[in-house]
Design a protein around this ligand. Structure first.
Ligand SMILES: Cc1cc2nc3c(=O)[nH]c(=O)nc-3n(C[C@H](O)[C@H](O)[C@H](O)COP(=O)(O)O)c2cc1C
Length: 330
């Protein structure tokens, strides 16, 4: 069974991917309830943390019920990264994850995120310094390489392992690909098949069905799947994959009652966490996905996403249940 440091994981664990503006505490808690074995925060700027930027610091909040949880940080400056490790430790996460995969220009041009894939020596030395600076397990999330001509992930993963990285999650795309094309899991399998590798190698990218997760396990032999987009507005994905692994059959999609319940609890947790105004505002983006595919839903969606008043949003949920309670999801 895979382990991250002292954390024992089940066979082929499912990890909720770090996702900006998505993987917040309420969403992580819902995914955990539905079977995610490890959850990660969205990426947090080390520069923001050391300047005590309120927005970055708030991202450090974690619930006990979501453990094991990894806090993901990014940056390119060694001193800032080490100081942010000390700040992150105060939130007592189970894992510190380093983002070496973000392809966004404003991150990459500072040499952070996937930008570091242009300087593997720096990637390794930064990881080493962070490992030496904390007792918490340090993990890495990265991509195959900078571009098609620089896929050295087998060597990179081995070097990261050798400096103490405790697990690696690899998105099967290069930085140049951004999110285009299909994720290629073959180079990830090569990392796993390297006889020197002993830390868990998690696959990421395009695990969009239980069948895909099964291929990642059985055909590619990876240690677990990190799941991003398939879970957005659909925390049930984790349960569906596990059910498929166990029985070979598909679980029925969540009913309207379950969807309304998730939306309601998401909003309740968000309000609890950041107050009514922000809670109402920041949960809006999730509703479209919770209620995807329902015909003639616009009027209700608008009520959910335009009201500043939580009571109105909760009332809209009740209306949805009344009006569409019997809707059969395909
Ligand atoms: C909205 C969104 C936000 C993301 N934010 C982050 C992030 O903060 N840190 C990170 O390492 N990756 C981030 N990613 C990348 C995902 O973690 C993941 O690698 C990618 O979506 C591929 O996996 P998937 O096909 O399962 O979605 C983000 C992806 C999306 C769609």
């Amino acid at each position: 069974m895979p382990r991250i440091g002292d954390i024992n994981l089940p066979d082929f664990p499912l990890l909720l991917a770090p996702m900006e503006d998505v993987s917040d505490p309420p969403f992580r808690a819902l995914c955990k309830e539905q079977g995610a074995d490890v959850v990660y925060t969205e990426f947090i700027s080390s520069e923001g943390l050391i300047r005590d930027a309120a927005k970055s610091v708030m991202k450090l909040d974690i619930y006990e019920k979501e453990r094991p949880v990894g806090i993901q940080i990014f940056g390119a400056n060694l001193d800032s990264m080490l100081r942010s490790v000390e700040i992150v430790e105060q939130s007592n996460p189970d894992i510190i994850d380093i983002n070496f995969g973000c392809p966004v220009k404003k991150v990459v041009c500072k040499g952070a995120g996937a930008g570091i894939l242009k300087d593997i020596d720096k990637m390794v030395s930064l990881t080493k310094a962070m490992v030496e600076h904390t007792k918490l397990p340090v993990t890495v999330k990265t991509r195959l390489g900078w571009d098609h001509n620089s896929i050295h992930i087998v060597e990179v993963a081995e070097r990261l392992q050798d400096v103490g990285c405790q697990a690696i999650a690899i998105h099967g795309r290069t930085r140049a690909q951004m999110y285009k094309g299909e994720a290629d899991w073959k180079p990830i399998a090569e990392v796993k098949n390297n006889p020197r590798m002993h830390i868990p190698v998690f696959g990421n990218g395009d695990v969009s069905s239980p069948e895909a997760a099964m291929r990642m396990r059985d055909e590619y032999g990876l240690d677990g799947a990190m799941i991003g987009r398939a879970s957005i507005g659909y925390p049930w994905f984790f349960k569906e994959v596990k059910h498929y692994f166990k029985t070979g059959t598909h679980l029925a999609p969540p009913t309207m009652e379950e969807r309304v319940d998730a939306a309601r609890r998401h909003l309740e947790m968000a309000i609890d966490w950041k107050g009514e105004k922000l809670g109402v505002f920041e949960t809006r983006r999730h509703y479209t996905n919770y209620f995807k595919g329902i015909p003639n839903f616009k009027e209700y969606r608008l009520k959910m996403v335009t009201s500043d008043d939580a009571a109105n949003v909760f009332a809209a949920f009740e209306e949805v249940l009344e009006k569409f309670g019997d809707y059969q999801f395909a």
